[in-house]
Design a protein around this ligand. Structure first.
Ligand SMILES: [Zn+2]
Ligand SMILES: [Zn+2]
Length: 226
């Protein structure tokens, strides 16, 4: 009883008791895999000279930059999946704090937008993990979080498609419903894989007049085909 009040927190990964209120102990927290360095400034993919990568030069995604807190590898993949599918909402502050730290020294946008879920998926899950992260990052940045994007339909299965087909698959999946003309927007999501979904959402924001869209993600996976 006394011990549990002195050491009330158990690390989500290793189970060690620790003092801080975070979901991970300091040792597990500091061992989380960093994102690729040097990276393509546009998509966050590893790029030897930190210049725009070949995929971005070919496919020209409309988002202007990517900030990733971690590489999507163990144990970050476990944490993200547990938050997304396992209802482990206690992980949202931790992942949001990783993303907030990755933003140090960056120019802040005018507003943040969380990657929306389709109404069907939102009803089934009961929460949107991107929103749970974005609202905490918004507090850290001192900028508003706006529900500016609407997801009209789920993303169809993308695996095995070429980058161009993937992009075509997502046309019309998002609609912007807030005035964003002339504004700099940070689009927050948990993971960037191919970048096609973030690109489609960024297109909707740019079509509504957003002047700059940054992709802020907790984790980035390697994306050879994007
Ligand atoms: Zn630990
Ligand atoms: Zn790139």
């Amino acid at each position: 009883m006394i011990l549990s009040s002195l050491w009330p927190h158990q690390c989500f990964l290793c189970g060690a008791a620790h003092e801080a209120s975070a979901a991970l102990c300091p040792r597990c927290w500091s061992a989380l895999p960093p994102p690729a360095r040097p990276a393509c400034p546009r998509c966050g993919e590893a790029s030897p000279l930190a210049g725009e990568c070949r995929c971005c030069r070919q496919l020209e995604p409309v988002f202007d930059e990517t900030v990733a807190a971690f590489a999507y590898r163990y144990p970050v993949d476990v944490l993200v999946r547990r938050l997304k599918y396992g209802g482990a909402l206690q992980l949202a502050p931790l992942l949001a704090s990783g993303l907030s730290q990755a933003l140090a020294g960056r120019e802040m946008p005018d507003l943040l937008v969380a990657m929306p879920l389709s109404p069907r998926r939102w009803r089934r899950r009961g929460y949107n993990q991107a929103h749970e992260i974005a609202r905490r990052v918004a507090v850290h940045c001192g900028r508003p979080l706006e529900p500016a994007l609407e997801r009209l339909r789920d993303t169809p299965a993308q695996a095995g498609l070429t980058a161009v087909r993937r992009r075509d698959n997502l046309i019309g999946a998002f609609r912007c419903r807030s005035p964003v003309a002339g504004l700099r927007v940070a689009l927050v999501d948990d993971v960037m894989t191919s970048g096609a979904t973030l690109d489609a959402a960024a297109r909707a924001l740019k079509a509504a007049g957003a002047c700059r869209v940054s992709a802020w993600v907790v984790a980035r996976t390697p994306a050879p085909e994007f």
